[in-house]
Write a protein that binds this ligand. Sequence first.
Ligand SMILES: [Zn+2]
Length: 172
Amino acid sequence: MKHNSIFNFCPNCKSVDFSFDNNFKFYCHSCNFVLYHNIAAAVAVIIKHEDKILFTVRNIDPDKGKWDLPGGFIDPDENAEQAACRELKEELGINLLPSDLKYIATSPNNYLYKNVPYKTLDVFFEYEISSNEINIAAEDEIKDLLWLTKKQIQLNKIGFVSIQKIIQNYYL
Ligand SMILES: [Zn+2]
């Protein structure tokens, strides 16, 4: 059987007789092993100062060199607000409280990491910051910071489709 799949064998019994439709539900026809490749939850924060939005430039794949927003995956047992605060601290050294965040919307995304296609659901928050003096704290992840006005934002330079969509729908 030929598979277009991230698996070559059943991880339980090594059978090649399995299905993995849409890279979502793995089902082994030999031993009935089931594995759901469920969506992952992630957060992104639109940091605003006066008429500008802060974009980061990615220093890692996927989409290295493309524009991004601060954020990342939600850890197990963490809520979205806590994840947003943790990521802003880790990436930019910003200290804020969950109550400082304003919920905007969610948007689905594709995240190809080491040839494994993940589907994510990104939760977007907005954070109005009093100073634009922000420095990169995670230089392995972020190459540069850009404060952009509405007119300076170029959607095709944004890597992730989820971010393109939210910026287009809510900020342009
Ligand atoms: Zn099996």
